[in-house]
Each structure stands twice: as C-alpha cells, then as structure tokens.
Design a protein around this ligand. Sequence first.
Ligand code: M6R
Length: 608
Amino acid sequence: MCGIVGYTGNHEAAPILLEGLKKLEYRGYDSAGIAVMNGNAISLNKVSGRISNLCEKTDDGKATPGHAGIGHTRWATHGAPTVVNAHPHMSNDGKFAIVHNGIIENYLLLRDELQQKGYHFNSQTDTEVVVHLIDMYYNGNLKDTVIKVASILQGSYALGVVCADDPETVVAAKKSSPLLIGVGNGENYFASDVTALVPYTRDIIYLDDGEFAEITREKVVVFDSTGKDISKEINHVNWDIQAAEKGGYEHFMLKEIMEQPNAVNATMTTRLKDGDIVWDDPGLDALDLSSFNKIVITACGSAYYAGCAGRYAFEQLCRIPVQVELASELRYNDPIIDEHTLLIVLSQSGETADTIAAMRECMSRGASALSIVNVVGSTIAKIADYTIYTWAGPEIAVATTKGYTTQLTVLYLLALWMGKKLGKLDDERFNLLLESLKTLPDSIQEALDMNPMIPELAKKYHQAKAVFFIGRNTDYAVALEGALKMKEISYIHAESYAAGELKHGTIALIDDHQPVVALCCNAGLQEKTISNIVEVKARGAEVLAVTCKGSEEIVSVADDIIYVPQTETVFSAAAEIIPLQLLAYYVAKENGCDIDKPKNLAKSVTVE
Ligand code: M6R
C-alpha cells in the first residue's frame, strides 16, 4: 500500500521522482505528490488521482527545479484520497516534508498531544503526526531527530524525510514496510521497490527493520536506533528493465499471463537435477520432515487459493494432514500450532501485513516457517526459517497471474519432494509424477495457445450481472481463483461453489441465462460435476465448461467449452487457471475497466 521514492544527486530530482512513482503506481494510485528541495525552500506538488495528473501539474517535473526530493503514490487508509491527504506532508512552517508507507497506530494520541502544543493539522492522515513530531524534536540534526521520532511511533513505516536546512540530504527509516536504497555514482536513491531503482542503478541496499539511512549525493550511511553506523552489503540486482515494462502488450496483466510458461520453467528448472528435486535454497535439504505431524498453509487472496490447490498435492503425495488458513483469520484464531507444525507461507510481494502477522503468531508457537515468495529480500523471506523463491520476475498488474502459477509450481515440487522423503512415494511413482511435473510449462503454453476464442466468449458474457464458478476438489480450488480474477478486474459479481454444495442453497440463484463456469478437469470427479452441470442447465443456466481434450460427454451438456491439456490431476490447477485468467482479462477489456489498476485495490497490501 503506497509507494515512496527519494533522490539526491546531480540531476534534476523531479523527473526522477516522477519516473520512480510511475513504477510504484501499482502499490496505490488514488493520489500522489512530490516535494523537491529548491535552495532552502521545499516546493510541494500534490494531486488526487493518478501520477499522470502530477506529471501534468509539474510539466513532467520541469516546473519543479531542484536536485533532491521525495515522492509518494497513495492507497488511502486514513482519510479520503484528496489533495490535502496526499503525501508529502509538511510541517506548519514548511521546513520539513515527509512521505510514509505504513500505518502509525498511535496517531490519535500523538495528534491530541501535538494539537495541545499548538500544531495545526491539515489532513486526516495518520502520517501528519510524524512531520509535526520531527518539527517539535528537531535539534539541528535531522538524523538524530528521525531516530528520536521513530522511537515514539507505533505501527509500521517506511519514511522519507527532507529538511530545508540541509537541501542535499534525504533521511529514510524502516519498520515493517519495505524500503531499499539505490547506490549510484554522484547520486543516491531510496524506493519501496527495486523496479523504481533499476533504471538508474542495480546496486541495492536492503534496509532491515529498525534501520535508518542518511542519504547524500556522495554517500549512503546506514545506522541503527542508537545512531551507530551499520555496515551493509550492497546487492547487485540482475533484473532486466524490460521485465518491468509492458513490452508491446496493452496491459501488464496480459503480458504476465503470457510469461507464465517461462516463469514456471524458471521456477522449476533450477530445482531439478539428475532426475531428482534438489533445492538450491539454503537449509531446506536438512529439514527434518519426520518431526512434523501437520502442515498449515497460510496466505491472503490468490496466494491463499494457490494454497487451497496445493493442499491436495500434499495430502495425496505425502499423506499428511493439511490446513489452509486465511492469514487475516489465522492471526486471531489462537491457532493450535506447535513445533510439530510445518507452516508454509505464500506471498508474491512478501510484504502482506496479515500474512506477516499470522506467520509471526505461528512461529511464536514453535512452528517452522517455510515461505514461498517472489520478491527477494522481502519481509516474509527474511522472517521465515526457510525461503523458496518463485522466479516469476516483477509482477506489476494488481491481479496476480504468474505469481499464482509459480506458487503452485513450488507447492507441487515441495509436495513431490516431501512425499519421496517421507517414504510415501516409491521411486516409480515419484519418477512418473516428476516427468509429468516437468511438462507444466508446455501444458501452460498449450492452454494459452488452444483458446483463441476466449475474446469472443468474453463478448457473450461481459454483460452478466453475476458469474458462478463451480467445481469439485482440485477443480473447486481453481474455481476460487477464477472467481477472484473475474471480480477484481471486471467488477462483475463472481462466486465460486463446491459443485456438490449447489443443492444446499446456491442453486436457488440459478435462473434463465445465468452464466455458470463449470471446472471439469478432475478425471475422477468428472461424472459428478457433469451431473451438477445438468442440474443448473435444467434451471436455465448458460454453462461454459472448462475441461480436458477427449471428454466428449460434456460437449452434449455445456453451451460453450474451453479445453485445457490433460495433466496429472494433482498438478492440474496450473494449466486450468489459464483460460480463466484470459476470460477475466477479456471480459474486463470489453467493459472498459482499468485492468492493471482495478478500483479500490493495490498490489501490495501492507496494512491490516
Ligand atoms: O503479495 P501477496 O501474494 O501476499 O498478496 C496476496 C493478495 O493480496 C493477492 O494475491 C491479491 O488477492 C491479488 N490481487 C489477487 O489477484
């Protein structure tokens, strides 16, 4: 939620800040602003709406001269997405400006105290207390003042601060929100995400919680809460700049859908060696699997649905009980978890606040945490006992696609590896399943290639008031994710139901022309799902079936068919989701929706 960026150096700051904000816009996009040091004054520009409005207001930064500054793109939490609530926020005398990503939990108390001392508040945000505290405690040394103020704040923050007294210095602070420093030559940067930095530098310092940085054009000094310098490693990032560009596609989402065969391949191949699964991820090979009596998978949104699909693989291949829990619920459930629990945490961003909280709660009860994360160096990856990265590359569209399928890939690899290690799979079955898993990138490519009619189907369904997704077992897991894709980008009400549950209530909603997407790829349960298709057809539903080549029976009952390649049932979700991603995409496109940045959402949900 929210993206922040900072710059100090030889170049004009505003265009660099604006370019950085464009890269971070996926994190929040309801208002934006920049503050640029101009001599000993701070010039502030804020807008509601998109970064493009800010570019227009500042003539692409040309109207705002200066060589250091900070910027922010917002996803509103405290206060409406208005210009006054947009960041940066300034002190009453205009001497300090700050940007903030996170939530200040004790802001009400602090605001009361500051108001009693005569500070005037312009906004409804939690953030504004921080700038007034800085003003109140300022002793001529910005670094010391930020340390002092951070000690008063409760909650989470990535902060960028500038002071008119020192026009070339930017101070940053981090606690529970992402913050990276970009190290350049005669210029230095900070940002919430590496995508904003790679156009300028690939030398990155990942700040840890409780760390601060004093950034000038010549150097970056990282220090702790006592003010003591800390020596930090500079990581060289290999990310291809083009990976964070649209590359000729109309939307990031479509580009990312098309990237899935490669992303899944990259995630899998480094872990396949000599006919076996060998982790190149630290510590994993030494994991004592016999000490666990259950697996708990936790995550939010699509990552949770990947966990729902992965559960079948663990249960079938490892014969170990699996619970899949929404992180936002698990954190408050007083969970029955101990040192015999293997906790698997899924997160594309590695920064989802509820997932982090659930993880901490379970770890405090003794669970071993294994995270499956896409963003290197993210909070979840750092907290976990073990981390397996999904090598999907940057995912920019708010709706996840390659994040989800690469998470599935790691879950499948893990289940297969554990099944063998636990002695639940003999060599023959293991080899057979591994061979099948290796075909996943090809199956996904096939699923992409074999459905050129999806844009046409979207024309048929785009005016639906609601779409139901039904399926059983692994198909049900796919229905959950398919429905989420449809609702989040097309704004059409979409619900998923376990097909066998229809007659327990939901079938009452079915009447003439009600679209029902029936997932029917689980060979063992196909007959059962076909019965459910017949039941909804009898009540007037329009059925779009998703099934594998060769299941002719469905042809006679469904109105439309989407085929996907036949895969091993436990691994079927990865190819089966592809047409549903495309359907949601083309329906949203028909409806003129803002596909990469759906309303009210943000890519990285770093608030509860
Ligand atoms: O970064 P994470 O994987 O932890 O994010 C979890 C969810 O917020 C995310 O999957 C969300 O549901 C997506 N927008 C769905 O497309």
